[in-house]
Design a protein around this ligand. Structure first.
Ligand code: BEZ
Length: 197
């Protein structure tokens, strides 16, 4: 299940001539960066909210039993907190490949905690991509996450690591924390958490 977003993303070449570009991470990028970066800073973007609405057939699930991972959906009132990485534009080839299952590069304003901001990139999977699953109740999302596992490991590990990383940043996200609460009722003990994508 893939749109092959690699080719589409490579046409988004706006930052190619820049020496470095800020990349905003709101999912696994908050707790794990498997690429070199020049700097990393807690950051946020306005007008978006994090949701476990994207299917994962290649990392945290399979074609037959997709897991759920986060994407961003527009919400004028919301601010999404995460981690920004200053990278060289060459890193985007790796990220395009890693996130080829529906995520598209989008230019956005990234705000830092000191009040400064910069234009940068974020990867978003919209409702138009083939792997999009869309809304479900938090209990149903937790059940799907509890049952899913893919080449990158258990889907539950992704959720628990994301929740842990958000707590470490001191940021609330009721959507993530409520799904985590439901998950904890389904799994007898937390999976051993190791950093994976
Ligand atoms: C992230 O973890 O922020 C992320 C990166 C690429 C695609 C989707 C999410």
């Amino acid at each position: 299940m893939s749109h092959n977003t690699i080719a589409i993303n490579q046409r988004m070449d706006r930052f190619n001539s820049h020496a470095s570009v800020w990349l905003f991470g709101y999912g696994s990028l908050i707790y794990k960066a498997d690429f070199p970066f020049l700097e990393r800073r807690p950051a946020s973007i306005a007008g978006w909210t994090r949701r476990f609405w994207q299917g994962s057939h290649d990392h945290r699930g399979t074609e037959a039993a997709p897991g759920r991972v986060v994407t961003l959906v527009p919400d004028a009132e919301a601010t999404c907190h995460g981690m920004a990485y200053l990278v060289t534009p060459e890193e985007f080839a790796h990220l395009d490949h890693r996130e080829k299952n529906g995520y598209l590069r989008l230019a956005t304003e990234i705000r830092f905690e000191d009040g400064s901001s910069a234009e940068g990139l974020v990867y978003i999977a919209t409702h138009e991509n083939a792997a999009y699953l869309g809304p479900a109740s938090k209990q149903a999302i937790a059940r799907q996450i509890a049952a899913s596992r893919g080449p990158s490991g258990p889907n539950s590990e992704y959720l628990l690591e994301l929740a842990r990383a958000l707590r470490e940043l001191g940021k609330d996200d009721p959507h993530v924390f409520e799904i985590e609460r439901h998950l904890m009722k389904l799994v007898p003990s937390p999976v051993k958490v190791v950093a994976r994508t």
